[in-house]
Design a protein around this ligand. Structure first.
Ligand SMILES: [Zn+2]
Length: 292
């Protein structure tokens, strides 16, 4: 910031000063109060520079004079794809993240950003290996347990330990919608696993704040977030799929809504999970984590 503020640019005959640069995205308006320029980042492929008139730069009520954007140095921050993934799959996945960042709600966007800013691994494998449309796990649980033992991991750092695998068939037959849906659902699992890893690495000083959800809780959150995403997109094919999966409901008066009753029955019938009597294993058991 201090270094950036040295930059001076002439815009329309006025001297302007670079106020700040943010690493990803802005929806701002020239002429707006400077404070209004700082909106939640939306796009990940540009670095945004905000310039203000030097006359009123010192005042927090300065006007935003000019907004410029340039591609990030070296272009997009690369996602951490495993080797050997066909270009068409990499492209679908990058497109899916762009749509999630653009159309998702705050929580979808926050998780997508955590994934993009981390070294979380992305795998694409035949469905015969993934055994589902997608799956989330640890790259190497021995390594993760060592880190939990030795370090305090933030949620951001914990994402580096995780992979999401998507089945080739999910993209081949489910298209862009299948790809987005899988990363929204599995992305929520990745976020919950990252919270679990972070809390386990902090367990010796913070034993009461241990986060270790059951499989029921993990699936409940992932299904809810997938349903909310379908409602955000609000296109027929997304809504119809949501209704078919019982994640969404539709009634004449209410329109489309998140179908909590439907999700509960789906978890019971398809996953054999029941909140009180059969909540399934905890995240730490699924991941093979040890408390420090
Ligand atoms: Zn799931």
């Amino acid at each position: 910031m201090a270094r950036a503020a040295q930059k001076i640019l002439r815009v329309g005959g006025k001297r302007s000063k670079l106020v700040t640069s943010i690493s990803s995205g802005i929806i701002g308006t020239v002429g707006a109060d400077l404070g209004d320029c700082f909106e939640p980042p939306r796009h990940r492929d540009a670095e945004i520079f905000i310039w203000a008139s030097t006359d009123n730069f010192e005042s927090s009520f300065g006007k935003c004079l000019f907004i410029s954007a340039s591609p990030r140095l070296g272009g997009k921050k690369p996602m951490k794809f495993e080797k050997g993934i066909a270009k068409k799959y990499r492209q679908s996945i990058e497109d899916a993240f762009d749509v999630i960042l653009d159309k998702g709600n705050d929580s979808h966007r926050d998780i997508a950003k955590l994934i993009l800013d981390s070294k979380m691994h992305i795998r694409v494998k035949p469905v015969a290996e993934v055994n589902a449309s997608g799956v989330t796990g640890l790259v190497d649980n021995g390594d993760t347990n060592d880190r939990i033992e030795d370090e305090r991991l933030s949620i951001e750092e914990a994402f580096d330990e995780i992979y999401i695998a998507i089945a080739e068939e999910t993209i081949d037959t489910g298209g862009q919608r299948g790809c987005e849906g899988t990363f929204v659902h599995e992305g929520r699992h990745a976020f919950d696993f990252a919270q679990t890893i972070a809390s386990f690495s902090d367990a010796d000083v913070n034993p009461l704040s241990l986060f270790d959800p059951t499989l029921y809780e993990l699936e409940w959150e992932a299904h809810r977030t997938a349903g909310e995403y379908m409602l955000c997109i609000a296109r027929d094919e997304y809504i119809e799929e949501g209704i078919e999966l019982l994640i969404l409901g539709r009634e004449a008066e209410r329109g489309c809504f998140l179908n909590e009753e439907g999700i509960r029955s789906r978890l019971r019938d398809n996953y054999s999970l029941i909140l009180d009597t059969n909540p399934g294993p905890r995240a730490s058991e699924l991941l093979g984590l040890r408390q420090r």
